[in-house]
Design a protein. Structure first.
Length: 280
């Protein structure tokens, strides 16, 4: 049984634990590994954002820089150019909260001003020392994801001796850093960073041990959607990636995830609703 939480946002809250929350991915990038270029156009991105809500997602996560293996770092100005118009247009149209997927404090600040209420940081505040202050002053919620290395070396890390223990210790330190910066406990979500700096076996070990992270007493977000470790286990076909993703979504929920981050919102909502009922 998952512990229940109320995630505090600048304009409301999200109840977590009784029902799995679905975070729908909206990449406004030309090079994301799964949907790069599909929503690079502003009007298409806004339409997709509205569709994500219609498909019963609970959060829309908007990102302007791909963090896939082999991705190229974009400038701060380019990231802002990509995400800000979409958030400005979408925020008045949807009722569910918008999350900005960024590790840059300046991007987060502008996104929050435009209507975002959650900062989803793949570095858990490691890449930009100004990020905790931006989150604290805005009262935005923060997703702190485990990763290792610099932005350019995220996917070039040496193997971990004990991935579950190392991820646990890192997330505990990240959450404490956020608390020390004045961010409220009820505004923090942790993410074990499946696929980030982890070989397939390490990602699977973390995924199978999600219940361990409940000891940190923060809601847990898990993002496995279409990631490379799934392709290594199944095959390269889109169908295999989607079915593999479905299996990991169900496993994540059964092992304690409060939020699942996905590309296929309609599928994930059905999976989550059914899995929640089975686990009840």
């Amino acid at each position: 049984m998952r512990k229940r939480y109320t995630l505090s946002l600048p304009r409301g809250s999200i109840e977590l634990g009784q029902r799995t929350a679905v975070m729908g991915i909206l990449n406004v990038t030309p090079d994301s590994f799964s949907d790069g270029g599909h929503y690079h156009d502003r009007s298409k991105a806004v339409d997709r954002g509205k569709e994500i809500e219609e498909q019963r997602a609970d959060i829309i996560d908007i990102g302007g820089e791909s963090s896939r293996p082999g991705s190229v770092v974009v400038s701060e100005e380019e990231e802002i150019r990509r995400v800000l118009p979409v958030i400005e247009a979408l925020a008045p149209m949807v009722k569910i909260p918008i999350s900005i997927d960024t590790y840059r404090a300046s991007v987060a600040r502008l996104a929050i001003q435009a209507g975002a209420q959650i900062v989803n940081d793949i570095s858990a505040f490691r890449f930009d020392a100004a990020m905790p202050r931006v989150v604290c002053e805005s009262r935005a919620a923060a997703v702190l994801m485990h990763s290792r290395g610099a932005r350019e070396t995220l996917h070039m890390q040496t193997p971990m001796q004990d991935p579950v223990r190392e991820v646990m210790a890192s997330l505990e330190a990240s959450a404490q850093n956020a608390r020390n910066a004045g961010i409220a406990a009820d505004a923090i979500v942790i993410d074990p960073g499946i696929g980030f700096g982890k070989v397939a076996d390490e990602s699977l070990r973390v995924l199978k041990s999600l219940e361990v992270f409940s000891k940190l007493s923060y809601p847990l977000l898990v993002g496995t959607s279409r990631k490379s470790f799934i392709r290594l286990i199944t095959d390269e076909s889109p169908d295999a990636r989607n079915w593999g993703t479905a299996a990991t979504v169900v496993a994540s929920i059964l092992n304690g995830a409060h939020i699942v981050r996905v590309h296929d919102v309609r599928q994930a909502r059905a999976l989550a609703d059914m899995t929640d009922r089975i686990a009840d």
